[in-house]
Design a protein around this ligand. Structure first.
Ligand SMILES: [Zn+2]
Length: 488
């Protein structure tokens, strides 16, 4: 597609992708040498050798994999403004930084800047739908800024409205928030609204009012559940006892929970959002997919926050498959056994990253698979310059273990071209970067140099080395050779 054709496709001209390995993620499975015809915002046909309208723009997708756009069910997009700043944090350091010390300095324009860059980053990586777990909305002006950023960015979004600086029973009840919901209007395919808050386990269950607000307003709830040291089985029990565990709830992380809590989630039809890289690094608990699938709890994937990680779901799929298999091996070895079948397949994590995410957001009729009638959210993975993209033998394996965001050739969101020939289209990346640059300057100035530096490089107490009973002199040549080698 050239520039004119991209504009015409955006204007509704049909486009056909020819000759790809189609990873449909529906009953059609994998189709080699397949075509996908998009008319307007919709997938019109999927198959081989499609007859298409005369004016269809043709994209040569041969040698590539065409898959549904990926879905991230939990990302704190506003935190993208400090990308990578917390690379060495634990969860405690994250809480201290954002919840206690510095989260409150973020202005509406800072939330806006983070969201815009995060949205662009997502489509660049082939993520076409993102739930923005937006818990920095200290005022409704912050909420408007978050919303404005999502409305003006490529991608399908759900704004999960949250505010860590007040109790959810407080902010959900304010007239300003209710007016915001009124202004937002009805959720649609492109932009939805949910409530985002956590249940601390306080036996008084103050979160009741927030759940009631969600029910009254007809909004889904997303909640960090099963987070070591923060939310646990007590939170689940309170939700259960008070009748707030429903299919409209997504449990983020869902690690460090008991068997009983998993049974309740499964029985109530809830879904999970697993952020494997986050759980592995920050310490919410072992990535729980190995438990979730034993209970039949639907899984979706997420990246959590770019203050550590990124919006790249290839990374999530890879980490999740590895963590799940790693746990299976570990459990077996503890029993003195050997795993002879990898129960979790590459196909499973691709499913979680696509239709699994769509299901968790209630958008499975809209996106998440290459199915005629669904909205055209497509990702073409094709990179003729990459040795890792050839040969394509196991398409799911190539998606999970070989591909990366640099291999994302073309992205369509709702039939519009967001990326083509490895280049973003229709976004002003320079402006997005400049806005984030202003936020970084502001945060750094407000915090002061010392706090800025300490925040980024948390203090590390000295580590104690385990005493080693062996002396490495006991081999042929002994002490002399050892010394000679050192003096070389
Ligand atoms: Zn989170």
């Amino acid at each position: 597609m050239n520039g004119d054709q991209i504009a015409e496709v955006d204007g509704g001209r049909p486009v056909v992708f020819r000759g790809a390995t189609l990873v449909t993620m529906d009953d059609a499975g994998v189709i080699d040498g397949g075509d996908v015809l998009v008319i307007g915002d919709t997938i019109a046909e999927v198959g081989r050798g499609l007859a298409v309208p005369d004016d269809a723009v043709e994209v040569d997708a041969s040698g590539g994999i065409l898959m549904p756009g990926m879905v991230d069910t939990h990302r704190h997009m506003w935190q993208t403004a400090l990308r990578g700043y917390g690379a060495d944090w634990t969860l405690t350091q994250y809480f201290v930084f954002y919840y206690l010390n510095w989260g409150k300095i973020f202005r509406p324009e800072d939330v806006h800047a983070g969201n815009v860059l995060s949205a662009i980053e997502a489509v660049d990586a082939g993520v076409t739908t993102t739930l923005d777990w937006s818990h920095g909305l200290r005022t409704v002006e912050h909420g408007d800024a978050a919303l404005d950023a999502l409305r003006s960015s490529p991608g399908r979004f759900v704004l999960a409205y949250g505010n860590i600086f007040a109790g959810p029973w407080e902010w959900t009840a304010t007239p300003e928030f209710r007016a915001f919901v009124e202004r937002f209007g009805a959720s649609d395919d492109m932009l939805g609204l949910q409530l985002a808050f956590d249940v601390t386990g306080d036996p008084e269950f103050p979160e009741r009012a927030a759940f009631e607000a969600a029910r009254d307003l007809g909004l889904r709830v997303t909640t960090h559940a099963g987070v070591w040291g923060a939310t646990n089985d007590q939170s689940i029990a309170l939700m259960w006892d008070n009748g707030f565990m429903t299919p409209d709830v997504t449990y983020v992380h869902a690690a460090t929970l008991s068997e009983d809590s998993y049974q309740r989630i499964a029985a109530s039809g809830g879904t999970a959002s697993v952020s494997t890289e986050s759980e592995q690094s920050a310490g919410q608990g072992y990535p729980p997919t190995w438990e979730l699938r034993r209970h039949g709890i639907p899984v979706s994937l997420s990246m959590d926050t770019s203050v550590w990680w990124s919006a790249d779901l290839f990374s999530a799929m890879r980490a999740t498959l590895s963590a799940d298999r790693s746990r299976e091996h570990l459990e077996a070895h503890v029993r003195g056994e050997t795993v002879v079948h990898n129960r979790l397949r590459a196909e499973d994590v691709v499913r979680w990253a696509t239709i699994g995410g769509a299901t968790a957001l209630g958008l499975d009729a809209v996106t998440g698979s290459l199915t005629p009638g669904k909205k055209a959210d497509l990702v073409l993975i094709k990179n003729e310059e990459s040795p890792a993209m050839y040969p394509l033998l196991h398409p799911y394996g190539s998606v999970v273990y070989q591909a990366g965001r640099a291999d994302v050739h073309t992205v369509l969101v709702n039939g519009r071209v967001a990326k083509h020939d490895h280049r973003l289209t229709g976004v002003d990346l320079a402006a997005a970067k400049a806005a984030v640059g202003r936020t970084v300057d502001y945060a750094r100035t407000t915090m002061g140099e010392e706090a800025w530096r300490e925040g980024m490089t948390p203090e590390l107490p000295p580590a104690e080395r385990i005493p080693n009973p062996y002396t490495y002199t006991d081999y042929d040549g002994g002490e002399d050779r050892h010394r000679a080698a050192r003096e070389d």
